[in-house]
Design a protein around this ligand. Structure first.
Ligand code: SF4
Ligand code: SF4
Length: 389
């Protein structure tokens, strides 16, 4: 009972740190909310000049320049009928130009650049530690703590790996536009997944690292879970994740509605944006994280799903050296998910591996490696032994 109370207190402390820290952080960064301005009804008459269209609709010259492909300031004095396009076409162009401009203006580019630079530096540092087999329980927890504080509380909810997918779909569905910097960000993140097994999720994502830490604090002095943990079969979690992704994508593209928005768990790093549904949902998901490994990542995250697919071609990943392996099953037990069981048995479907290095730490004969190359197949003898443990 004492351990359970202590665990609840730890979780509350983490939540308190996030809420207070994030509120302060948003103020310090001058509070750019990364939200789009609403697009209002656009008024155009054939005899208006482009400048008048801008004035009547409150549009900046940049929006007008991009919408009407103006070459010089003088072009602002052109009459609308001289452009040779229809009013409907002009409205559509203005909305697209306005949305892209508004997206651009809503971003704190200095903060975004700082986040990407720090992400890359931090991931290189972690990679070195894993390669040297230096990541042990205490250090792992500290690193997860640093990651969610730095990339979540200090540097905010945006950008996030999930946002690069979700917001691209929503923008495409709502306004038929693509915001190029977000596509570049998605490409960079997928590149990280492909280079080193799901590394951006593993050690960079503010929400992923937070859930990972919460899962790992659920243990007593002897390393036993204070509240029993559950390993849900991957086929079940992945089916839910695929269905959720398809429903989200269809609704976003066809009806221009974002079903993730009210339950977007990344908003815990932007508490003022959490509605009542968001607060209840966050409370449920963070509590669930104590017993289920990364529930958001496994059940709902669009990037989690896309990253899992991209992970199939990851260059550097967890491998078992069967010449050393004694099939004791320690790695399978230490793995927070069902990934290691699938890896060591060389199953066709490998669940998400979050490169946490718990399996490396637990192996008594140093048979697990984090390196490039194909995974070997286990011998029949190893497989039989593994079935018995
Ligand atoms: S799967 Fe998890 S770690 Fe990856 S982007 Fe989604 S929330 Fe973050
Ligand atoms: S313990 Fe599991 S999730 Fe962690 S690195 Fe090993 S296989 Fe991947």
């Amino acid at each position: 009972m004492k351990d359970k109370i202590l665990l609840c207190l730890k979780l509350l402390l983490i939540v308190l740190l996030i809420v207070v820290g994030s509120i302060i952080s948003v103020k310090v960064w001058s509070g750019k909310e990364e939200e789009l301005e609403a697009v209002t009804e656009i008024v155009i008459e054939k005899n208006m000049t482009i400048a008048q269209i801008g004035k009547v609709n409150g549009l900046s010259n940049i929006v007008l320049k991009n919408a009407f492909q103006l070459q010089s300031k003088e072009d602002l004095q052109k009459k609308f009928y001289e452009t040779g396009i229809t009013i409907e076409e002009a409205k559509s162009r203005i909305i697209k130009s306005f949305v892209l401009q508004s997206e651009d203006a809503s971003k704190d580019w200095k903060k975004i650049a700082a986040k990407f630079v720090l992400w890359i530096a931090f991931l290189i540092f972690i990679f070195t530690l894993i390669r040297k087999k230096k990541i042990k329980t205490k250090l792992r927890n500290r690193l997860y703590f640093i990651a969610f504080v730095l990339f979540g509380i200090v540097l905010g909810a945006d950008p996030s790996p999930m946002g690069t997918i979700k917001d691209n779909f929503v923008l495409l569905g709502s306004f038929h536009v693509i915001f190029p910097p977000r596509v570049v960000a998605l490409f960079v993140m997928l590149l990280m997944v492909v280079l080193v097994n799901k590394f951006i999720c593993s050690w960079g994502c503010q929400l992923g690292t937070l859930q990972d830490l919460i899962f790992r604090i659920n243990k007593d002095k002897n390393g036993k879970p204070v509240i029993a943990k559950v390993k849900i079969p991957f086929v079940m979690t992945n089916t839910i994740r695929i269905i959720f992704f398809l429903v989200f994508a269809v609704i976003a593209l066809v009806w221009a509605f974002d079903i993730i928005e009210p339950v977007d768990l990344f908003k815990i790093f932007k508490p003022s944006a959490l509605g009542i549904i968001g607060i209840i949902f966050a409370a449920i998901m963070l509590s669930l994280s104590l017993i289920i490994y990364r529930p958001w990542c496994h059940l709902l995250c669009p990037f989690g799903l896309v990253g899992w697919i991209a992970e199939k071609i990851s260059i550097i990943k967890i491998k078992v050296n069967y010449e050393k392996c004694i099939a004791c099953g320690a790695c399978v037990k230490s793995c927070p998910s069902t990934a290691m069981e699938a890896i060591i048995k060389h199953k066709k479907t490998i669940p998400d591996c979050f490169s946490c290095a718990s399996c490396i730490e637990s192996c008594p004969v140093d048979a697990i490696e984090f390196k490039a190359g194909k995974r070997q197949k286990p011998t029949k003898e190893i497989l039989e032994k593994l079935e018995r443990v």
